[in-house]
Design a protein around this ligand. Structure first.
Ligand code: GLC
Length: 550
């Protein structure tokens, strides 16, 4: 294992409220999650990312916080949370939490005070304008559901800024008190034992919003400040940021112009995500080859976090209209499957027609591409979505544990469940659940366990450098390699449907005793690299050689 734990981590994200309900009130809770840690340990997860855990009116699934220093009473107590950290640590699992400080809920006492009077000590914690800003209808994050970014507050008799929904007023990061408070919040959770934060909406946190200026200045120095603060409080803590910006802007989030990685440790690779979707839709790796080529060089310690699905829509906004339409045609043909004029609100298994070979191929690709893989709960068993639910709730249904009522998620009456369980059709819990798959060595869950175990033997993926192998290959095939001090891994993925043979003989001089470490089926002895067979939608992970390692 390399020096930095996060480079070789397997991150698993979940919402406490839809994971496991221990007290039968219909809402998942911390004790329920503690009871599932052994499951996660067996799966091979090394880091949990918990979606917002704080008290919240829940108008944006917890991303609207009313108290940053507590856990939502529906989930349990701070004591339960400390116990979770302890139990996770005992199993070698770290915990990071969502830090949602771009905004608060409008019910947060700070905002309630701020709006009540211009003299409130919290007035300047938010972003106000006495007159109607003319960029009021610009910069919305949720088109179709959000009409403006400045709204008039009758109590305050002023306009306030909200990059997201109207009930999420932005905090004013030009105010030193706000910066100090955010650092205090981080210290609090680090002191309790979290290993870092998934930082929500980072490009907007550092925006110093000016009314009437849709392109307000950004203060990247705050990221440097925050990093320093976090690292002093806990040396091995990480910041994992959501910054869905143009690729040329990404390096500034990792570090300043000196070239040192003194800001965010890890960024979600949104660019790769869009191109992965495109490659899967076209059954052609061209867009992935481009992604590997265009990836900005990261400073030492900088890392990508890869994902196929997260808790939000698949964001296709960085694809061209033609590319986006191709992905829509394949994966989101009905209007009801799309959202915000840019994305798809579905899980992966249904998008891939529940085709086991394509699901394996997609995840084998994600987990072999550079970076730290992030897996969303339920994907490991191939859960589906419920398109009858509004917006992103479609992909936020309860975890399907067993054949028992409510999928074993809760013993509450159905009407009391935080969200309905998927109980019909091919993705209903009677067909898709942990219990069934745990006992079946051929299940998707068993495959995930095996694949993640294999990753443990391939630290080059997380800590090394990944490049496209530029040799002539049959259509549909991606060949790439990961090189690190421990050696070289070679990966061949066939996105097409035809069985092919790939000529990798140019790698012979580097190979000591090449062997398959993960394949979609038994291919027999690997032998010479001149004719590597790969079935349609198949893949081979090959150890090419071992380095000296350490
Ligand atoms: C991030 C979250 C999303 C949330 C938004 C507002 O984009 O991923 O779920 O709605 O921030 O906090």
């Amino acid at each position: 294992m390399g020096d930095r734990w996060y480079s070789e981590a397997v991150v698993y994200c979940l919402d406490i409220d839809t994971y496991a309900d221990s007290d039968g009130d219909g809402v998942g809770d911390i004790r329920g999650l503690i009871g599932r840690l052994d499951y996660l340990a067996r799966l091979g997860v090394t880091c949990l990312w918990l979606h917002p855990i704080h008290p919240s009116p829940n108008r944006d699934d917890g991303y609207d916080v009313t108290d940053f220093y507590n856990v939502d009473p529906r989930f349990g107590t701070l004591g339960d949370f400390a116990e979770l950290l302890h139990q996770a640590q005992n199993r070698g699992i770290r915990v990071i939490i969502d830090l949602v400080v771009n905004h608060t809920s409008d019910e947060h006492p700070w905002f309630q005070s701020a709006r009540s009077s211009p003299d409130s000590p919290y007035r300047d914690w938010f972003v106000w304008s006495d007159t109607e800003p003319d960029d009021r209808h610009q910069g919305m994050v949720f088109p179709g559901e959000q009409k403006e970014t400045w709204s008039y507050d009758r109590t305050a008799k002023a306009w306030f800024y909200h990059r997201f929904y109207k009930f999420q007023p932005d905090l004013n990061f030009a105010n030193p008190q706000v910066r100090a408070e955010v650092k205090k919040i981080m210290s609090f959770w680090l002191q309790l034992g979290v290993s870092g934060f998934r930082m929500d909406a980072v490009p907007f946190i550092i925006e110093l919003t000016e009314p009437g200026n849709p392109d307000s200045p950004k203060d990247f120095e705050f990221l440097t400040e925050m990093r320093q603060h976090v690292q002093w409080r806990r040396g091995d803590a990480v910041l994992l940021a959501e910054a869905n910006v143009e690729p040329d802007q990404l390096p500034t989030f990792f570090g300043d112009a000196s070239g040192s990685g003194n800001r965010i440790h890890m960024l979600f690779d949104f660019m790769l995500n869009g191109r992965l979707m495109l490659a899967l839709a076209r059954q052609d790796p061209e867009s992935l080859i481009e992604a590997l080529r265009d990836t900005p060089k990261l400073p030492v310690g900088g890392q990508w976090a890869t994902f196929l699905r997260n808790h939000d829509e698949i964001d296709l906004s960085r694809l061209t209209t033609e590319q986006r339409n191709q992905v829509y045609a394949e994966f989101g043909p009905d209007e009801n499957m799309r959202i915000y004029d840019r994305g798809i609100r579905r899980r992966l298994a249904p998008m891939l027609g529940n085709d086991r070979r394509r699901i394996e191929l997609a995840y084998a690709l994600q987990f072999s591409l550079r970076g730290t893989p992030v897996l969303r709960y339920g994907e490991e068993i191939g859960m589906g979505e419920d398109l009858s639910l509004p917006g992103r709730e479609a992909i936020r249904t309860p975890m399907q544990w067993s054949y028992k009522p409510n999928a074993g998620f809760s013993t509450a009456e159905e009407e009391k469940l935080v969200r309905p369980v998927i109980d019909k059709g091919e993705f209903g819990y009677e067909n898709v659940n942990v219990t069934a798959q745990r006992g079946d060595p051929k299940s998707l869950l068993a495959w995930f366990e095996r694949m993640i175990r294999t990753l443990r033997e391939a630290p080059e993926i997380g800590s090394g450098s990944t490049t496209h192998i530029d040799v002539a290959v049959p259509a549909g095939v991606l060949a790439h390699r990961a090189d690190g001090p421990t050696g070289t891994m070679v990966f061949v993925h066939n996105l097409g449907t035809d069985d092919v043979e790939v000529d990798l003989s140019s790698l012979e001089p580097e190979a000591d005793l090449p062997i398959d470490v993960l394949t979609d089926r038994g291919y027999g002895e690997l032998g010479k690299l001149g004719a590597v067979k790969v079935s349609g939608h198949g893949y081979r992970w090959i150890r090419l050689c071992r380095g000296r390692g350490f």
